[in-house]
Design a binder for this molecule. Structure first.
Ligand code: GTP
Length: 272
């Protein structure tokens, strides 16, 4: 076997190892990156950067679908320091728009992203939040009933990377214990990177993040893949969520029954 083949085999092995650990980086090959950029990669899906939770599943992004058409709805919150690219990531994934100018989000804004996995339509209700320090206490109110939190940093901003631990503590303190957490290193298209890929991988391993991805909202690298991965990760828990939904609906209908029962009792006990 030639040396080139051996090296290729080794690098494939590394890719496989990383995939097993839910680590998804940008394509290493500059040409491949350029080719994807030229062909408007944000519309295409890089299937090699998808979680392997449902390997035989048919996965399809549903653009332009009505907001009310879904089998199950999951709330996802996007958090992280101001300026790391949270709004750009959600805008790029949902509307294929990239905004060069920086207008800080005030409060939060909603987006939806629909993914069909096998026969189930999963709606991700994405809450893009403001990262500015003065609003941080406000955000803690949004954590309730969040199925998955995406913590973002910019690979060009060390402080935003270091403060991901604060964001993680906030998620753990304020959300459901089953809330999944993804770690995202954005702006990998820029050349003034100060946070290495290795550091991101180590942080993922040290804190048990469900998944680590490096993205570029500008070039559309790993952007739609990120949200498809969220859907796949939640799809894995679908039987549990469906059961909870069923129980909740049963509970609601029995409450309605009891309510009319109560009214009847009051009527029948009326002494007038
Ligand atoms: P807050 O709303 O204040 O929390 O900020 P944010 O995290 O939502 O940041 P936003 O998406 O508004 O992006 C901030 C700036 O970074 C903007 O000028 C974007 O154009 C730029 N930006 C975002 N993502 C990328 C990226 O992947 N690459 C490059 N080069 N610039 C990006």
């Amino acid at each position: 076997m030639s040396e080139e083949n051996v090296n290729n085999k080794d690098s494939n092995k590394n890719d496989d190892d990383q995939k097993e650990e839910n680590i998804f980086l940008a394509p290493k090959n500059e040409d491949q990156k350029k080719e994807e950029k030229d062909e408007n990669s944000s519309k295409k899906i890089n299937y090699s950067n998808l979680l392997n939770y449902a390997p035989k599943a048919k996965v399809q992004i549903l653009d332009n679908v009505s907001g009310s058409k879904y089998d199950i709805n999951f709330k996802i919150i996007v958090i992280g320091n101001s300026g790391v690219g949270k709004s750009c990531l959600t805008l790029k994934a949902t509307q294929d728009i990239f905004k060069e100018d920086f207008t800080s989000t005030i409060g939060f804004q909603f987006f939806s992203f629909h993914v069909k996995i096998n026969d189930k339509i999963i709606k991700l209700q994405i809450w893009d939040t403001c990262g500015q320090e003065i609003y941080r206490s406000l955000i803690t109110n949004f954590y309730r009933s969040t199925a998955l939190a995406i913590i973002c940093y910019s690979v060009t901003d060390r402080k935003s990377f270091e403060e991901t631990e604060i964001w993680l503590r906030n998620v753990k303190a304020n959300s459901d214990p089953n809330c999944k957490v993804f770690l995202i290193g954005n702006k990998i298209d820029l050349s003034d990177r100060v946070v290495s890929t290795e550091e991101g991988i180590n942080l993922k391993k040290d804190h048990g993040f469900e998944c680590f991805m490096e993205t570029s909202a500008k070039d559309g690298i790993n952007v739609r893949e990120l949200f498809v991965n969220c859907a796949l990760s939640l799809y894995k828990e679908l039987p549990k969520y469906m059961k909870e939904k069923e129980l909740m609906e049963k509970d609601m209908s029995s409450k309605q029954f009891n309510l009319s029962d109560d009214i009847k009792t009051e009527d029948s006990e009326c002494s007038c």
